[in-house]
Design a protein around this ligand. Structure first.
Ligand SMILES: [Zn+2]
Length: 199
């Protein structure tokens, strides 16, 4: 136990182990790590039996790391998809039936009176006291919130069954190869690159 304190007796071993692994992978244990672990655990429980698992994560933050540690869905394979809505939500689904469970952090359940630190952290309060303490917020989640601030929906996925195989082209501007969804120039040349080449 490197990241979470041993005093968290209420926590079952499987969850504890997943939190440790996800924190290790993430490099730290902010509240989003145990939240992500609980979301995946809850989602898998609700999903029940499945043939082949796929996951959509709606934010590139902590919860994405929990998914990668707890399931075979990884950023580098086709079973993990990021659709960035900026939401603390993820969907685990069977890629054969397309049926799944979407689990999300429910702001309506995140009552300030009940979970002051979590609420301040999640709603990004600018408190005069400064940022809420990360470790204490994590502990507040594990000891008093847990599944209590999560909600779920049963969903049918409307993504194509198989990812379309787009052709590789040479960019007409920079000459580098890229996967083209129709255009002749790469996204960096077309839409403005995140980098500038230094001479
Ligand atoms: Zn280009």
């Amino acid at each position: 136990m490197k990241f979470i304190s041993k005093e968290l007796k209420s926590l079952n071993e499987k969850l504890k182990d997943s939190i440790e692994k996800a924190a290790e992978f993430h490099g730290d244990c902010p509240p989003g790590i145990p939240i992500g672990v609980y979301m995946v655990d809850y989602g898998l429980t609700l999903l029940g039996n499945y043939n082949k698992l796929k996951c959509v994560v709606e934010t590139p933050r902590c919860i994405a790391d929990a998914v990668q540690v707890m399931t075979p869905c990884k950023l580098g394979n086709p079973y993990f998809k990021l659709i960035n809505y900026g939401k603390y939500a993820l969907t685990l689904y069977d890629r054969e039936s397309g049926k799944g469970v979407r689990v999300y952090l429910d702001a309506k359940k995140l009552k300030r009176e009940k979970y002051p630190m979590l609420a301040a952290w999640f709603l990004r309060d600018k408190s005069p006291m400064g940022k809420p303490d990360k470790a204490k917020t994590t502990e507040e989640f594990i000891t008093s919130a847990g599944r209590g601030i999560l909600s779920y929906q049963r969903v049918k996925i409307s993504l194509p069954q198989k990812d379309k195989l787009y052709p590789s082209k040479l960019c007409e501007i920079c000459g580098e190869s890229f996967i083209s969804k129709g255009g002749d120039a790469c996204a960096a040349c077309e839409g403005g690159a995140y980098y500038r080449v230094m001479e």
